[in-house]
Design a binder for this molecule. Sequence first.
Ligand code: X5A
Ligand code: ZN
Length: 646
Amino acid sequence: MEAVETASRSTSRSLRRVGILYDERMCRHHTPDDEPHPENPNRIRAIWNKLQSAGISQRCEVLSAKEAEDKYILSVHGKSHVDLIRNISSQQYNSRRNRIASKLNSIYLNEGSSEAAYLAAGSVIEVAKRVAKGELDSAFAIVRPPGHHAEHDEAMGFCLFNNVAIATNFLLNEKELGINKILIVDWDVHHGNGTQKTFWKDPRVLFFSVHRHEFGSFYPSNDDGDYTMIGEGPGAGYNINVPWENGRCGDADYLAVWDHILIPVAKQFNPDMILISAGFDAAVGDPLGGCCVTPYGYAMLLRKLMDFARGKIVLALEGGYNLASISNSALACMEVLLDEKIVTGSTEAYPFESTWRVIQVVRQELKAFWSVLADEVPTKLISQKAPIPKILISSCDSEAEDVEELLQEVIRPLSTLRVDEDCRESASVSWRSDLSNIDIWYATFGSNMWKPRFLFYIEGGQVDGMQKLCSGSMDKRPPKEILWKIFPHRLFFGRESTRTWGLGGVAFLHPESKNEDIVHMCLYRITLEQFNDVLHQENISSYDMSSPLFDLTSLDCVKEKGSINLEAVKKGWYHNVVYLGMERDIPILTMTCDLSDIENFKSGKVPLHAPSEDYANTLVKGLVEGGQLSEEEAVSYIKEAATKPL
Ligand code: X5A
Ligand code: ZN
């Protein structure tokens, strides 16, 4: 029986019991004359439809909404506020409703508002109770109006009741549920001011909010969301704000905050349950948020939280105003809740410099309360040298197969959800323009010695005998100069076959120099930007080039150290950039394998192998047309390199 159950899990039933709640009645809250508004009924309809058509709701326990009881709402809000929301949709308020709404900050009200507000709060209570009891492992409440801006006596920011705060107090007050410590993670792009105030002095609730702040100019436009706001009295240290200094924050920024603040603190706090104020307005494509978290990013943020509270997690929708973005983000989260899909990799290279700065000040501010935050963040990280994990697809080598498999099963289903927009493009444009003014000599010892072949790396296309198409460089200007030089390095041929050239070895250079060796190299004067595009093509990877593989810091580093391994393309065969000196004040760089590969060639783990005829001919043509050797000399030069032991 057990085995049958296990086998069927991957297709039908999930490994985990996941609750999902949606109720059309929450759509009856809308603007009085149905004027356009970002916080509109289509938001939750879009999410629900998406989850249905993706077969998600069918794998979940579908729960129905319940109105919250006043006694629970009153644990967060004042009596006058509860009275107002209870009655606001009744006829007696018809003449005053709009005037009341207009006095509030970013609030509209109609005949459906009251019921929707009670249902939203009651629904989060409902799913939270079931997760707390263990009837469900986790759940998602697709509710509106949102809640996290709502304060004790005030509706604001599209929020009427603070749904998550109400559910949190419910859990803590129902003693028999055994929930004594709750972590609230607010990843809505706005600060959760209402939730923060509710638990300001309460050490049972660790409130964590990451939000655009811009020094108090982003909504709700005050200092409440500052990192200095850490709670008070017994609650001191139990309020953590991560205030972005700028928009355009994405997966890398959020992941850095998770890895260096939230996750360590969660470990130390050890919550009994986690409630997520799951706004999706930091998603790429959101009209209000201006950030660029991908569905894939949300999946990773959620996945990392599932290691705590024995996976007892409740997501409650807050903001999020691009229908496609919120639907895809919610879908990615549900996939994670249902299957605990292994999520690795990201879409961008590095967090912003401002992100590291914010992480540092937050850690500094809170280290007295959380010993896990006491250490300095390694400078290696802060100087952006260590890339955030990426999806890596290796090049023409054998690992390509298993990576493709991984891609099929795990990465593709999530990453194709990505909204097709890169709000960080400006960042990628800026490295390109910076590096497009700097010349280097790219020195080549292989097929690139034949100029027409090399030009495919600049212009794009495919040369005879080559089995793959080159994408070319962004900057299609040809090399400014070509010259030839001899260097004291060893040329050799290795690997049985490659995707690019078929059967036969391809050229490598021993990264270390020895006096008795000589290698002919063709030097192309290109820009550092173009060099990055060549590196990318030589190491065919899925690296997205939103930041350079080899930047000015790498250039300084390689000049000092002689060679540098590029982590981001470490599965490629030419990921080691070697510095060969200067020529007319311009650095000479080549790319080859690294010393560990040399060991593998020496031991036979990877074979040394003579090149195919096609490939060898390309090198000969290069040397001959470059005026370096006669055809005869070139042939014997290649032959010697292919036969001499390493
Ligand atoms: C829940 C939420 C945003 C309010 C913005 C008002 N509110 N300009 O995302
Ligand atoms: Zn928001």
